[in-house]
Design a protein around this ligand. Structure first.
Ligand code: LMR
Length: 433
């Protein structure tokens, strides 16, 4: 009965990993998916504090595997709201926040989207152009209509602030607006605090409903509070908003699918009713969320020593990414024009004598890669939006075995000091060919 089914396309982001896994090249580098890798071995990282929390959970004799409530682990929900909104948040103190545990960021966005489609009077959600590839699909399938607002200016490789203000000004009153809380994916371009304030004023004056996606709290700057500043500005004015939170990146809990949806409401009474409706969205979708990941997060967030340990490990990840930006920027400055002819030689060296690769590489070149690459160090968070086009991306995959999404986004967290020269070679060859 399914014989007529057409082959579906691979996901534009996760499909990059599928292609990477099939490539037998020893020099291949996966800069597609936004997932942290270690500097030395390029491996996924399980934080020490996470390992410690898991040990504590495993050795707790009274631990059971009962169903969680539909809304998830109560401690986890409270602590998650506190983490993003701040302990002294007026919304938390006034019990105006309804929080439910969801399946990471995507699940939180989907549950929030379905809730809005059922209970909110305006079904249009404005999403930035560009945005994370899954956003339009999540919201459309949730029953909303996705429209875009200008966000990124390819000419400056920065924010199109004027375009953003114009588009939000002409949105219908009450429309939902998706905002990336920090470290915009895929561009790495964020508004300044002054610009956030202007966005806030405009949105509140038009009663536009903010729906924040916070996937990188602590990852952009290394500070949990700093990366939550945009969100807290919108909570401080007493208005309503939705917040989708993920612990995939900042706690490295990718596969545990841990996240939370918080809805900041006008009063405590409304928050109770909103929570009751969220339960009606969740129950037929997946009944109740998984226990393990949320228990890890709650264990870490409620213990001050473990919380501090987490912030140190988080800052180390953020710092490594910042250092990758600097190294790539520097490497592009020293690329030589003869590079594209030498890449076969490089490949051989890389394969046979990987430890020597970097020193050989540095001896070989002297001139700059054409173009302004300062956006690599100006953009923040996990990704650099390189400005490379899909043809150049395909060339780099074909010739250099470097994998990235076709929009030219690279995950800085997938790079290491060892692979930076190879990437710089490939970019140089792509832009000079
Ligand atoms: C990404 O953008 O690479 C991550 O958010 C992973 C994903 O699910 O797409």
């Amino acid at each position: 009965v399914f014989a007529g089914i057409a082959q579906g396309p691979e996901d534009p982001i996760l499909g990059v990993t599928v292609a990477y896994n099939k490539d037998p090249s020893p020099v291949k580098v996966n800069l597609g998916v936004g997932a942290y890798r270690t500097e030395v071995r390029g491996k996924p990282l399980v934080l020490n504090v996470v390992k410690r929390a898991e040990q504590m959970l495993i050795h707790n004799e009274s631990r059971v595997k009962e169903y969680l409530p539909i809304t998830g682990l109560a401690d986890f929900n409270k602590l998650s709201a506190k983490l993003i909104f701040g302990a002294d948040s007026p919304a938390i103190q006034e019990n105006r926040v309804a929080t439910v545990q969801c399946l990471s960021g995507t699940g939180s966005l989907r549950v929030g989207g379905e809730f809005l489609a059922r209970h909110y009077h305006e079904r249009t959600i404005y999403i930035p152009q560009p945005t994370w590839g899954n956003h339009p699909k999540v919201f459309t399938l949730a029953g909303l209509t996705a429209r875009s607002y200008r966000y990124y200016d390819p000419a400056t490789r920065g924010l199109d602030f004027q375009g953003l203000l114009e588009d939000l000004s002409s949105a219908p009153s009450g429309a939902i607006v998706l905002l990336h809380a920090c470290a915009h994916n895929p561009t790495g371009v964020d508004p300044t605090l002054e610009q956030w304030e202007q966005i806030r004023q405009l949105m509140r004056s038009k009663a536009l409903l903010p729906f924040f996606d916070s996937a990188y709290q602590g990852f952009a700057s290394g500070s949990l509070d700093k990366d939550a500043q945009s969100v807290r500005m919108f909570v401080a004015d007493g208005g309503e908003l939705l917040m989708a939170q993920s612990y995939a990146k900042n706690m490295g809990l990718y596969g545990e699918r841990v996240g939370a949806l918080s809805i900041v409401c006008g009063s405590a009474d409304i928050a109770v009713k909103v929570e009751s409706q969220l339960k009606l969205v969740i129950r037929p979708m997946y009944s109740n969320p998984p226990l393990h990941g949320a228990s890890i997060v709650a264990t870490i967030l409620k213990d001050s020593a473990m919380f501090d340990e987490w912030t140190v490990e988080l800052k180390a990840m953020a710092d490594r990414i910042i250092s990758m930006r600097e190294q790539l920027f520097d490497a592009l400055k020293i690329r030589g024009p003869s590079i594209s002819k030498l890449w076969m030689f490089n490949l051989l060296i890389h394969f046979l004598l990987i430890p020597l690769y970097q020193s050989v590489d540095h001896l070989s070149y002297h001139a700059e890669t054409p173009g302004d690459w300062s956006h690599i160090i100006k953009q923040i968070g996990m990704f650099t939006f390189t400005g490379l086009n899909s043809e150049q991306v395909a060339f780099m995959r074909q010739e250099y075995h470097i994998y990235m999404t076709s929009d030219g986004r690279i995950s800085m967290a997938g790079l290491s000091s060892r692979t930076v020269p190879h990437l710089a070679d490939a970019i140089h060859a792509a832009v000079t060919k």
